[in-house]
Write a protein that binds this ligand. Sequence first.
Ligand SMILES: Nc1ncnc2c1ncn2[C@@H]1O[C@H](COP(=O)(O)OP(=O)(O)OP(=O)(O)O)[C@@H](O)[C@H]1O
Length: 354
Amino acid sequence: MAALAPPVAAVRVAVRRALTGLPGAGPVLVACSGGADSLALAAATAFVAPRLGRRAGLVTVDHGLQPGSAERAAMVAGWAREQGLDPVEAVPVRVGGRPGGPEAAAREARYEALVEVARRHHAGAVLLGHTRDDQAETVLLALARGAGPRGLAGMPERRELAGVPLLRPLLDVAREDTRKACAALGLTPWDDPHNADPAYARSRVRADALPALVAALGPGVVDNLARTARQLAADTAALDALAAAALAGPPVPLPQPVDGSPRTASVAGDRPGAVRPVRAAEGGLAVEALAGLPAAVRTRVLHAWARELGASPAALSHRHVAALDALVTDWHGQGAVHLPGGLPVVRRDGRLTT
Ligand SMILES: Nc1ncnc2c1ncn2[C@@H]1O[C@H](COP(=O)(O)OP(=O)(O)OP(=O)(O)O)[C@@H](O)[C@H]1O
């Protein structure tokens, strides 16, 4: 028997890791464009899932943006059925008439379709083919636009969209290995011309910026960027959990001056590692409790609270959060902070409130 090519093994190991212990009994669905990454992912899933007692299927979305896209989607679906994947769906979507650029519109339409198919089949997860190189590109783009730790944490290995778990099993696998895996398996991937189109910042990072960094700093750069993302994802999750705990705590009474010194607004902040609750009994957030939090936790509390008030996450920028923070830490009687959507937040009687 011929030895298993190492890239094929690497992709299978990554898929096995992602599927082991996955809750639920429904099938896993590979989101497959026909490109090398998601084709290698689909082949590996077709092999691994049944051995773990899981059904595996495939969804390919036809954005209808290029001539021949329907035929390509049909080919991907036909190949998937030959691999024993089931269910298999080729889903045409309408990209036009959505807000934002064509790339964002296509992505939105694609995720809508993936979620719809996954829900209809009670799927345990949708698997996406992003690789370590995609992650490194994401981190570099985030760094360049000053995105902060959340952006530098890159794409998560797992997230939920409308109740559907989205998994990225290949974030530790090099793109080169997905190509090699396809070659070793005799698969011919489709090359999306958009990926090489210099009109897109990601394409320029892929073609120019990342290779220049590798040339200047060595081949470890891609792996290092992806590792930085993992570390920041862990830190960010811990800080988010502290912020959530502060918001989940019992409402606190506002402080009354005792002997001229304000007493603490906290009722549960004295255990090591515990965060002080920040909700004011009168509504809104208690300024003094907020001021007692480390800045990294406080800004997350303010971000989460602003979202709770209805600010859209896409429109909520670090400037809004900094302005809310200034109501706490740099108070000089300034006026309302207007959140996206126009909602004003003011500081009044020791509280941030609407
Ligand atoms: N036409 C498609 N049909 C099904 N799945 C797709 C399609 N295009 C992309 N995908 C899935 O999305 C993954 C990432 O693809 P790509 O990098 O082109 O998308 P992206 O727009 O960067 O995605 P994201 O919004 O998740 O960053 C692919 O590996 C595949 O799993």
